[in-house]
Ligand binder design. Structure first.
Ligand SMILES: NC(=O)C1=CN([C@@H]2O[C@H](COP(=O)(O)OP(=O)(O)OC[C@H]3O[C@@H](n4cnc5c(N)ncnc54)[C@H](OP(=O)(O)O)[C@@H]3O)[C@@H](O)[C@H]2O)[C@@H](O)CC1
Ligand SMILES: [K+]
Length: 507
């Protein structure tokens, strides 16, 4: 599991580090790591380092200081370095001095010979001739999008960008982008990942992210969020052992679908069939369709006849009318862990009395998309998806899996997991039904609900990626990929489980 720390946590850790290592030494460590990555990229992109040109975009704070020192290190490797200063009076004095001593030069962003955009001729020239640009405009103290001059400089860049700590213009805490911002090819960050590297648009704008310790890591507290990696999931994905039978590996009940929406039932049930080795029971109006597609399930038309299960998935396609409500009430009263999705979220949001049916000792997982989340919370979802998911999880004493390009999963006790998909292939009709089935099946095996959601979200997005890129029986892997439907995603679930399990094998 990888930790993710808020800017405040990182600043506090930094202060603890400064008590034993002077600030300039820490900054030089950070800058050296940036320079090493720049040299690597220059070498990969241009075939060499010495004689290449780098432009530094330098803002008013220590982020700019890092960039200036990185420029000084690059100078020593024979790189031509020009710093473009956005705030010449505030540019980090020691960094500027270090760069000049090493033979680099500095020019103001808004200097002589400016055109109508305000960018000076020397700055424009430095950007035009650069093989690589270093973004040291703003780091942890960023507020809002890039200001106009910085935005104009960034707009002109056509070569790879290495961001210092984070891509400027991205909100460090939420990953939101509200106007012009840097799109980095590589981000070199210090101490540990920040939310902007894994959440929303920020994750995309960060490009590849490299974390360097520089002594800060040791000072960090418990992370505010965590990211699961494939190996964590593969190691713990439930598979049958020699002592197991169909009951001991978990029996899940699927309450989904209707005469109008039998597909929701088929998809959710199929996901449960493919997720684990245990038994899948289906209860609802689509029993015939489910039986025909998944003969290994035990299907019945009535929820009361479903038989014993260890967990329920409820909601997709059940409708919000009287029969949907009866089904949801039955499931909530069962005392089993429940994954409530789609229509059942709408019912819970509208009907306070429905909560009285819930057994308070049984874990409840809610899997809203942004619209359903707004119904639950009572307000439109804002930029702080982590904060809002955490608040709603605590309010409803439930595990909340908030769907989106970055899936945020909050536990009622405040723990948060993030699944950074970095691709949007799962955004297709029926894909949520597959996720619900995966979650139910894992809950039935006894995996802890927060981890259940994290494992399911990861395997779900990986299956979408595998399906979109055709990495398995469909033929050779395609770089570009093609849109998929939920059935293709479902078909790729075993390949995704195999991939995470393989990632956990000793290398
Ligand atoms: N933590 C660590 O472990 C280590 C941290 N280190 C480094 O320190 C960095 C943090 O430095 P920092 O605190 O000096 O501020 P920083 O982010 O450079 O901002 C400077 C000023 O920019 C401005 N500004 C704000 N928003 C803006 C916008 N949208 N567009 C344009 N400008 C904007 C605003 O000033 P204003 O103009 O509002 O007066 C703000 O005060 C950190 O990211 C890392 O690189 C490493 O050196 C060592 C280890
Ligand atoms: K930056």
């Amino acid at each position: 599991m990888q930790g993710v720390w808020t800017p405040d946590q990182v600043r506090e850790a930094e202060q603890r580090l400064f008590a034993r290592t002077p600030e300039p030494a820490v900054m030089r460590r950070a800058a050296h790591a940036v320079a090493v990555q720049c040299a690597r990229l220059l070498s990969e992109q241009t075939g060499g380092v010495a004689g290449r040109r780098v432009a530094l975009l330098v803002g008013a704070g220590n982020n700019g200081g890092d960039a200036l020192w990185a420029g000084a290190f690059l100078r020593r490797r024979g790189v031509g370095v020009t710093a473009v200063l956005l705030a010449p009076d505030k540019a980090h004095p020691a960094g500027l001095e270090g760069l000049r001593r090493a033979g680099g030069r500095a020019v103001p962003a808004e200097g002589a010979g400016a055109d109508t955009t305000g960018i000076g001729a020397e700055a424009a020239d430095a950007l035009e001739r650069a093989d690589l640009v270093v973004d040291g405009i703003v780091g942890l103290s960023a507020r809002g999008a890039l200001r106009p001059v910085a935005a104009e400089l960034v707009r002109r860049v056509i070569v790879p960008i290495v961001a210092v700590d984070l891509p400027s213009g991205v909100d460090p805490t939420t990953g939101a982008v509200d106007g012009p911002a840097v799109s980095a090819d590589l981000t070199v960050t210090f101490g540990g990942l920040k939310p902007c590297h894994v959440l929303g648009t920020g994750a995309v704008r960060s490009g590849e992210v490299t974390t360097v310790g520089i002594g800060v890591t040791e000072e960090l507290p418990e992370p505010e969020l965590s990211l699961l990696d494939a190996a964590d999931i593969g190691e713990n994905w439930p598979v049958p052992g020699p002592e197991d039978d169909k009951y001991s590996t978990g029996v899940v009940g699927i309450a989904a679908g209707s005469a109008t929406y039998p597909g929701a039932a088929v998809l959710a049930t199929g996901a449960a069939v493919r997720a684990t080795a245990g038994m899948v029971r289906y209860a609802g109006p689509a029993a015939d369709e489910v039986r025909a597609r998944w003969p290994e399930t035990v299907a019945t038309g009535s929820i009361g006849d479903a038989g014993r299960v260890q967990a329920w998935s409820v909601g997709p396609g059940i409708g919000t009318g009287a029969s949907g409500r009866d089904v949801l009430r039955f499931v909530l009263e069962s005392g089993r862990p429940v994954c409530a999705d789609a229509d059942s979220i709408t019912i819970l949001a509208e009907d306070e009395a429905m909560w009285d049916s819930r057994d308070p000792d049984a874990p409840l997982v809610l899997t809203p998309h942004a619209g359903e989340f707004a119904r639950l919370s009572g307000a439109e979802l804002g930029a702080d998806r982590v904060g809002e998911a955490r608040e709603v999880a605590a309010r409803f004493d439930a595990f909340v899996l908030l769907k989106g390009n970055t899936t945020v999963i909050a536990a009622p006790d405040g723990r948060v997991l993030v699944n950074d998909a970095r691709q949007a292939w799962p955004a297709t009709a029926g894909s949520g039904d597959v996720l619900t089935g995966l979650i139910g099946a894992l809950l039935a095996t006894g995996v802890e609900p927060l981890l259940t959601c994290g494992y399911a979200a990861h395997v779900h997005s990986l299956a979408a990626e595998i399906a979109a890129h055709g990495a398995t029986a469909d033929g050779p892997r395609s770089e570009a990929g093609a849109p998929i439907g939920a059935s293709a995603l479902l078909d790729a679930v075993p390949a995704a489980i195999r991939a995470v399990r393989d990632a956990a094998l000793p290398s």
